[in-house]
Design a protein around this ligand. Sequence first.
Ligand code: SAM
Ligand code: DTB
Ligand code: SF4
Length: 334
Amino acid sequence: MSTIATIPLSALRATTATVSVPAETRWRIADVEACFDLPLMDLLFRAQLVHREHFDASEVQLSTLLSIKTGGCPEDCGYCPQSAHFDTGVEASKLMPLQEVVEAARAAKTQGATRFCMGAAWRSPKPRDIERVSEMVRAVKALGLQTCMTLGMLDAEQARALDDAGLDYYNHNLDSAPEFYAGIISTRTYQQRLDTLAHVRRAGIKVCSGGIVGMGESRAQRAGLIAQLANLDPYPESVPINNLVQVAGTPLAGTAPLDPFEFVRTIAVARITMPQTMVRLSAGREQMDDALQALCFAAGANSIFYGDRLLTTSNPQAARDRALFDRLGLRAMP
Ligand code: SAM
Ligand code: DTB
Ligand code: SF4
């Protein structure tokens, strides 16, 4: 009778798995696709059940982003306004002075953020960069904020240095399914991304890794991305789901926009396959209306980027988000 009954048993089992997923309950792409294919109301219902098993569904974690080194990046990620390969009007800057970073972090804390994420448009950091960003980690932590950095590829030694500085999270996205990847980025391989995540994990830093949808991928490829993330052992503590922000000058500008309900489905499937992770409704909120964002929270998103800027593009004003939270009865996670 119900389509839920047709989901393979393996899919149902994995919804109650702990963060470390034993090999026999790993997600097959077909199982993840079966979740995507559910009638939307059944999918939302299942995602809500999983969400409420592990979290207070009225709480949303607030992370604020700061671009500490913008533009001029040697990588050729086809979605990114910061790549030196594309003419997007983003000017390259040097690494921001420590004091400016601390001021931005203090302001984020005053606005109510609990985590401060610092991003640099690098292929990978150089030794001097590691020293300087380590100082930033220490200073931001001293304000009582959790810290996250996204600096490109890391080797084992760099990951250990960031752990020594006290870094809480490292963001490095898989971005897409492996088979879709080569059409988007040529300067860094999928395996190099997995290697960076392994170094971060081994150093004892929490992993933040997700991807982008709306790049012209198929539903099967969205399922492939989620399966890759969910099968990391353990799966990431934090999973940002970005909706492509189309920036003029990038190769992906002009891509047919994703059906918004497909974005909601992606959030719900991330929640079901990674029950205890923080699923972050990430880039693309500025282009969404309030009702669509509410649907994303109902699908199990429990974190957002908070503050009027992402890295180079805009994000909803903090006051607008606070008003939305009031209307929905949501609260900032302490
Ligand atoms: N350079 C580092 C790296 O790529 O690892 C860190 C910064 S990079 C901008 C962080 C992530 O932002 C990318 O992996 C991608 O998922 C996301 N991103 C970049 N441009 C985007 C866009 N136009 N729309 C949505 N997400 C985007
Ligand atoms: C993530 O997954 N999304 C954020 C953060 N990690 C670093 C970045 C979004 C960038 C959107 C385009 C821009 O503002 O440049
Ligand atoms: Fe560089 Fe990161 Fe943008 Fe890729 S996503 S071009 S690595 S800043």
